[in-house]
Design a protein. Structure first.
Length: 86
């Protein structure tokens, strides 16, 4: 298992990344650049939360693969729904 110190460090990293996301909105960047930065920060935050706080790094790989299959299914259904609306 991981230590409390590691959880505290990850919490601080998540807090800094969330603050950076807010600051990107006020930085005056172009829309697509800001969108890309926020999307990248969000992906890294999601991986940190899933890996450490949801303990996926310490589970058997089959559970992680199952999570990825569910995520891909959700993205596929979202894209299909978006396509059917337009």
């Amino acid at each position: 298992m991981t230590s409390t110190k590691l959880y505290a460090v990850i919490y601080v990293v998540l807090f800094v990344m969330a603050t950076a996301q807010v600051l990107v909105e006020f930085a005056g960047l172009s829309y697509w650049l800001a969108f890309g930065v926020i999307l990248a920060l969000s992906a890294v935050k999601a991986l940190l939360v899933a890996g450490y706080y949801q303990h996926l790094l310490f589970e058997p790989r089959s559970i992680s693969y199952l999570l990825v299959v569910g995520l891909l299914a959700a993205v596929g259904l979202t894209l299909a729904a978006a396509y059917s609306i337009s």
